[in-house]
Design a protein around this ligand. Structure first.
Ligand code: PMV
Length: 315
């Protein structure tokens, strides 16, 4: 039996602009995870994928060509050099809320790829896993930047530029983020499409916003290296303003962001595709409890606290 897991992720700075070649900063959220378990089944029974959370059994050989999980499994088996259909039962489960900007899809795919490679006695190297998950994301999300598969496959904070190997970044003083779920599904494909249409209609206007976001992301890298929490917070607020200009925020997100700031957060912004999903708020020891309570009172479905910096390994 082989069990592999994968973490969630959160984008700290630079979403959307990252699709257009600008840098972004993201970190794993290790306390929420997806799990894949491969066991050898009876000979001749073939391969069965079992999505435990939705109680669905999938036979990869019979599934539609575009079934996401069947496709990831096929990609992983190919990469592992497994020719014939193996007699495996592959069980999947996840504690990561879906469509919330925590990377649930990429995390399930990552756990699945890791488990398949490992069960086939192949090394599940982060770059191999990241590449395979990217190929599946590409088929389902059109033009992903690759940030989700990268941060989840490496499970490290990353400085990410599309098409380049990921870098890590220095964290002068670890900091805490409250991650609040708006309870509204984030339609990433739709927001990415809307940003693209706006860019096609008026490239100069969109490029100017992306350029400002890139400046913010560079500033954030310095502020994080310096351990300057006040500056990180201000940059989060500045990034949020640019995301509003791109049209990917929403009244419910704005309400939660405002509640977090009023309760003492040093800064707050949406994270990921937007219009729903999660927002992040920078908190310190004093404000963490009040911000968490204010977010819940303002309608957040749940609030996680996660730390960036400190114990993580470097790439
Ligand atoms: O909604 P999420 O967490 O998958 O984030 C999407 C991030 C975007 O920058 C909007 C798109 C991308 O492919 O990077």
């Amino acid at each position: 039996m082989t069990t592999s897991t994968a973490s969630g992720k959160i984008i700290l700075f630079g979403e959307h602009a990252v699709v257009y070649g600008r840098p972004a900063i993201a970190a794993p959220v290790s306390q929420v995870r997806a799990t894949a378990t491969v066991t050898d089944g009876p000979a001749g029974k073939g391969c069965i994928l079992f999505a435990q959370d939705i109680d669905e059994e999938i036979r990869p050989t019979q599934a539609a060509a575009d079934h996401p999980l069947a496709l990831v499994l096929r990609l992983a088996l190919d990469a592992a050099g497994v020719q014939a259909e193996p007699d495996w039962r592959v069980a999947l489960t996840s504690g990561i809320p879906i469509a919330s900007g925590l990377g649930s899809g990429a995390a399930i795919s990552t756990a699945l790829v890791r488990a398949v490679l490992t069960h086939a006695n192949q090394p599940a190297l982060p770059e191999t896993v990241s590449h395979l998950v990217y190929r599946s994301e590409e088929l389902f999300h059109g033009t992903p930047s690759g940030i989700d598969n990268t941060v989840i496959a490496y499970e490290r904070p990353v400085w990410f530029v599309k098409g380049r190997p990921p870098e890590t970044f220095a964290v002068g003083r670890s900091f805490t983020l409250a991650i609040a779920d708006s309870g509204i599904a984030s339609p990433t494909k739709e927001t990415v499409g809307d940003v693209r249409r706006a860019w096609q209609a008026d490239p100069a206007a969109s490029e100017s916003i992306f350029h400002r976001i890139a400046d913010i992301v560079h500033g954030a890298r310095r502020a994080i290296a310096d351990g300057n929490w006040a500056a990180i917070g201000l940059l989060m607020n500045a990034n949020q303003q640019r995301l509003q200009e791109l049209g990917v925020s929403s009244p419910p997100l704005e309400k939660l962001i405002e509640a977090a700031r009023e309760a003492g957060a040093l800064g707050a912004k949406l994270s990921g595709g937007g219009r729903g999903g999660n927002l992040i708020a920078l908190v310190d020891g004093e404000s963490a409890g009040a911000v968490q309570a204010a977010l819940l009172a303002a309608g957040a479905k749940r609030v996680l606290l996660t730390q960036v910096g400190g114990a993580e390994k470097q790439i």
